[in-house]
Design a protein around this ligand. Structure first.
Ligand SMILES: *[C@@H]1O[C@H](CO)[C@@H](O)[C@H](O)[C@H]1NC(C)=O
Ligand SMILES: *[C@@H]1O[C@H](CO)[C@@H](O)[C@H](O)[C@H]1NC(C)=O
Ligand SMILES: *[C@@H]1O[C@H](CO)[C@@H](O)[C@H](O)[C@H]1NC(C)=O
Length: 465
């Protein structure tokens, strides 16, 4: 009976399947029919599993996604995470180190005089260092028990603290080393389950000796490559996670926006580049190109810093006055402009060959952006952009509108946000077991160090790699 049910059910998926007549039922037919029933049974179960109701509230919220059964996730009316490889259910326990628990952590958060305020640090393109910390403190994924934690978060605001003169490079380096030496769990895993945020182009280079201490840890950074002034990149595509830059809250918040997008047919320019040259080849070429083709490419001298700094609204008004927003490489490969484009609704054109983009397990960047070789910046680029019909541009902008929630550091209650995206990426990093070159274990499950001292008795300062 059960197999009959399954066979009936299978007509949902194979409606054109012909009926065998009993009169011609040879042994071969019987075997074939049995094989078909077995195969459809498993297929049906597989399909039911993918389509059926799921207990996870997260998954339900992304249920509109178009899945194709080759395992590829396509854009539907929403975005979603594939269950392939890491489950449909997001369960994660993250321990957040407390500033009072580890000596030195306060220095990395507030500077040597303790005066750098999180309120100041949460603004601007590097605000993610504060935002992610705050979101984690309130998160349902937070645990207060180290023993049950999958991952450990080390909060710091070093980018902001350094910018505001709160600590020198040397102090940052020494303080990090001191902080890490007080964390037995860091020692246990060699840092493999510890998370650090480095929100700027410098990435983990903000901590000079990162390569010695953090080269096994999980680094959250918008920066996939910063090799302009160094020969190494601190980013590792398999261990680290690219996070979106922090777009101005005035553009990402629901309700009143700083500026509202307007129809692309009304935009004055084909493309624009808003930013400083910084002596970079690609940027200088764009500025030259804008002089050659002032009607097509806008590249105004904008004061992006200093006393006559352009207002936020004015900046976004400029940015939205073109169909395409060019995002060339600067000191490093990522630029905030890429993310901002989605909120003013221009199509971002990436001119930064080494760029790494966030959430690639679910976003197909071909549908929302263009990446053009930085070695071919010139009239050819403008001709190409001009050849793209407005309809296609509208389509890309519409797709971008669907995914841009992933660039917003919204509260956890929002179903689609940068934070949720980061949690899903972190989920992929969770390991059941942790070890390092200096971690050993015995027949009874005791974890010991090289001197056979039990883990519970490891006392700071712990020797570091
Ligand atoms: C960082 O600090 C550690 C510990 O004090 C020291 O051994 C290391 O040389 C420092 N790194 C740099 C680049 O100064
Ligand atoms: C990572 O750290 C280990 C131990 O100090 C070192 O041998 C290795 O060279 C480091 N890797 C990188 C990429 O710096
Ligand atoms: C495990 O075995 C070691 C060595 O015999 C012993 O010192 C330790 O106390 C044991 N641990 C537990 C949890 O029983």
């Amino acid at each position: 009976m059960a197999s009959m049910n399954t066979a009936n059910k299978s007509t949902r998926f194979f409606p054109s399947h012909p009926h065998h007549s009993a009169t011609f039922c040879t042994r071969i037919h019987q075997i074939a029919a049995l094989a078909l029933v077995v195969a459809t049974f498993f297929l049906t179960r597989l399909f039911d599993h993918s389509l059926g109701p799921c207990s996870s509230p997260h998954f339900n919220s992304f249920a509109d996604v178009n899945r194709q059964y080759d395992g590829v996730l396509r854009f539907g009316d929403s975005v979603g995470w594939p269950d392939r490889g890491y489950g449909t259910h997001l369960n994660l326990k993250i321990y957040v180190y407390d500033e009072n628990e580890i000596e030195g952590l306060k220095l990395l958060l507030y500077g040597r005089e303790g005066k750098i305020s999180p309120e100041a640090c949460i603004k601007g393109q590097w605000g993610t260092q504060v935002k992610i910390h705050r979101l984690l403190l309130q998160s349902r994924y937070r645990t207060r028990k180290k023993e049950e934690a999958d991952l450990f978060f080390v909060p710091t605001s070093v980018k902001c603290v350094r910018m505001m003169g709160g600590l020198s490079d040397k102090e940052i380096n020494q303080t990090y080393v001191k902080v890490l030496g007080q964390m037995p769990y860091f020692r246990l895993s060699g840092g493999r389950n510890h998370i650090f945020v480095f929100p700027s182009g410098a990435g983990a280079h903000l901590f000079k000796s990162w390569a010695t201490y953090l080269n096994r840890s999980i680094i959250l950074t918008p920066e996939g490559d910063h090799t302009d002034k160094r020969d190494t990149s601190a980013f590792n595509t398999w261990k680290d996670i690219i996070i979106p830059g922090n777009v101005d809250d005035g553009m990402t918040a629901n309700g009143a926006r700083l500026v509202d997008p307007f129809p692309i047919s009304k935009r004055k320019y084909l493309a624009n580049f808003l930013g400083r040259a910084q002596g970079k080849v690609g940027r200088l070429q764009l500025i030259e190109l804008a002089k050659q083709f002032p009607d097509k490419l806008e590249s105004p001298e904008l004061k992006l810093s200093g006393p006559d700094k352009l207002g936020r609204a004015e900046y976004f008004k400029h940015l939205q006055n073109a169909k395409f927003c060019l995002s060339p490489r600067g000191e490093s490969s990522w630029t905030l402009r890429f993310y901002e484009s989605f909120f003013v609704e221009c199509v971002p054109v990436i001119l930064s060959d080494q760029v790494e983009l966030p959430f690639q397990s679910i976003v197909d960047y071909r549908q929302i952006s263009i990446k053009w070789p930085s070695t071919r910046i010139g009239p050819e680029l403008l001709d190409y952009l001009e050849s793209i019909p407005d309809n296609d541009i509208e389509d890309m902008i519409a797709q971008g509108r669907k995914v841009r929630c992933l660039w917003v550091y919204a509260p956890e209650s929002e179903l689609c946000s940068a934070f949720t995206g980061i949690m899903w990426e972190l989920r992929k990093k969770v390991r059941q077991f942790h070890q390092s070159t200096e971690t050993f274990w015995l027949h009874n499950g005791s974890i010991v160090n090289r001197d056979l001292v039990e883990f519970s008795k490891w006392k700071p300062p712990l020797p570091l790699p």
